[in-house]
Design a protein around this ligand. Sequence first.
Ligand code: GUN
Length: 290
Amino acid sequence: MTIGKLIDGKAFAATLRDKVGEGVAGFVEATGRKPGLAVVLVGEDPASSVYVRSKGKMTVAAGMESFEFKRPDSIGEEDLLDLIEELNHDDRVDGILVQLPLPGHIDEAAVIGAIDPAKDVDGFHVVNSGKLATGQEALVPCTPLGCIMLLKDELGDLSGLEAVVVGRSNIVGKPMAALLLAESCTVTIAHSRTRDLASVVHRADIVVAAVGRAEMVKGEWIKPGATVIDVGINRVTDTEDGKARIVGDVATAEALAHVRAITPVPGGVGPMTIAVLLRNTLVAAHARAG
Ligand code: GUN
């Protein structure tokens, strides 16, 4: 039995961050200023706090300016919108990222909609999602763009391939489908209401799993030789030793017997998100600098 390959997203992301770092050095030389990324964190969610700290460190390591704005859970929507407005007009800031999810009393769509689309390095603003959907140049959501980079690195030209995206979120599933379509794949979006998910997944040359359910996609569902991108990050507790582990949305060990290649969790897609965020910030800085 052949065993598939594990895609080293960690190494790919490190190389991408190095390339962005070189680009940043060129930008500084040309403009006399550093690109700047502002991250807004509302509340104290531990996972979000860890993630924001990591973003800050990597932004600085790439030679950019990092601005962090921490606000309490109790912040009102108007105050948050005022902060965004301030950042929209701050010339040192090329990228604005509001860490999601936001507390329930704040309208996420209103906050994202308040970000200047030219500074929307998450690519969540409807102007950017609309441009992506209609094939115009846009700032593109980081995780799906990272997935496309890994797929093209592994497979080269994606045109004509059957792609199945499992999950329909605005952050991953929908933009992922748009990007695969732009690469001329035949794209299916599957989700929690999809009937016979196993046979839908079995059609795919490319499977992107982004449902947020631990090991939901089974190995035997995968077509022999398919490439699998696992976006899931799920914390599970082992019944045997009581220890917590992080697993993806795909049963990786089973899938390895079927796939051509698969991203592991951790060390696959995860590291790509921040690397692409840095890349998007540099792209936004260049566009703003004209
Ligand atoms: N929360 C989980 N993923 C993301 C992301 O890519 N961007 C933002 N802003 N929040 C997130």
